[in-house]
Design a binder for this molecule. Structure first.
Ligand SMILES: Cc1cc2nc3c(=O)[nH]c(=O)nc-3n(C[C@H](O)[C@H](O)[C@H](O)COP(=O)(O)OP(=O)(O)OC[C@H]3O[C@@H](n4cnc5c(N)ncnc54)[C@H](O)[C@@H]3O)c2cc1C
Length: 253
């Protein structure tokens, strides 16, 4: 990883870190730089008492399952967030009323010069689907509570069924397209739905008929198709409701 950062610096290239790519849209021209992919090899998982020490490359659903099986509560509701722990911490991912910010106590980060440092919770500012973390999340400590594995298993099964029924879980997409607007009682999905845009299609990109805040690839979508749909959704929602939607998914390239 240090070598990848050095290489980028030597050649004057931009770099980016990716986990499972579940909240990004890469433009059709690609990314003209170094991509550091976090995954296997950086997926340590260890429980020390009620503290989980987790590598950034571990998929969040696996963390949710393993901690629940071990009888720990805190990340069980993240069973349906299809990214890595590193991406989840950077994005402050969350659902069903919980988010990473609530359980993170320490994060190990590699800064852009390759230096590794520990950030305590106090040094990190988390907001809704955002953090001020600069550099690459390598590992985190998460403080959990104790709960019966059977109870957690039942809850996860329920949440997973709900997810499968209400989101395009097994279709290619770039995750939630927009954040839920802060000044509105309605979610981004509700606003898009109210504008009659479920199923709206350009090329191979379609607003999901299951959940309007997801744009799915019907098989032939280019990133440009998706960007055109995003533009149309923003303009229509602003015109009809007065709400300006902000992107949650990261556009790369
Ligand atoms: C079907 C579906 C359902 C989803 N449901 C939810 C949900 O309920 N709640 C929710 O919050 N999100 C949800 N998401 C979005 C997404 O899964 C989360 O944001 C996830 O945490 C992103 O993790 P990732 O590893 O895929 O990150 P990526 O998509 O690879 O990257 C996202 C951003 O994080 C940065 N990043 C990734 N890894 C690191 C790292 N190690 N260090 C520093 N920066 C890093 C990237 O540079 C990029 O800016 C959903 C997505 C899909 C496709």
């Amino acid at each position: 990883m240090v070598r990848a950062l050095e290489l980028a610096q030597e050649r004057g290239l931009p770099w980016i870190v990716l986990g499972l790519g579940s909240n990004v849209l890469v433009k059709d021209g690609g990314f003209p730089g170094v991509v550091i992919r976090m995954g296997k090899g950086l997926d340590r998982f260890e429980m020390k008492g009620a503290t989980a020490i987790v590598g950034a490359g571990m998929p969040t659903p696996i963390l949710a399952r393993r901690t629940a099986e071990a009888g720990f509560v805190g990340v069980e509701r993240f069973i349906g967030i299809p990214g890595t722990v590193g991406g989840g911490i950077y994005m402050n991912a969350g659902c069903h009323g919980a988010e990473f910010a609530e359980i993170v106590t320490e994060v190990t980060v590699m800064d852009p010069r390759g230096k590794v440092k520990q950030l305590s919770r106090k040094q990190i500012s988390f907001k809704y689907r955002a953090s001020n973390i600069e550099g690459i999340v390598l590992e985190a400590k998460l403080v959990l509570g104790e709960e019966s594995p059977a109870k957690l298993k039942e809850l996860q099964a329920k949440l997973f069924r709900w997810r499968k029924a209400g989101t395009p879980f097994d279709q290619p997409c770039c995750g939630s397209t927009f954040t839920n607007p802060s000044g509105s009682t309605k979610t981004a999905g509700m606003l898009i739905d109210e504008c009659g845009l479920k199923g709206f299609t350009i090329g191979g990109a379609q607003v999901s008929t299951l959940h309007a805040n997801y744009i799915i690839n019907k098989g032939t979508a280019t990133a440009n198709d998706v960007l055109k749909v995003i533009d149309h959704l923003r303009k229509t929602v602003a015109k009809k409701t007065g709400v300006t939607l902000e992107l949650e998914c990261k556009i790369i390239g």
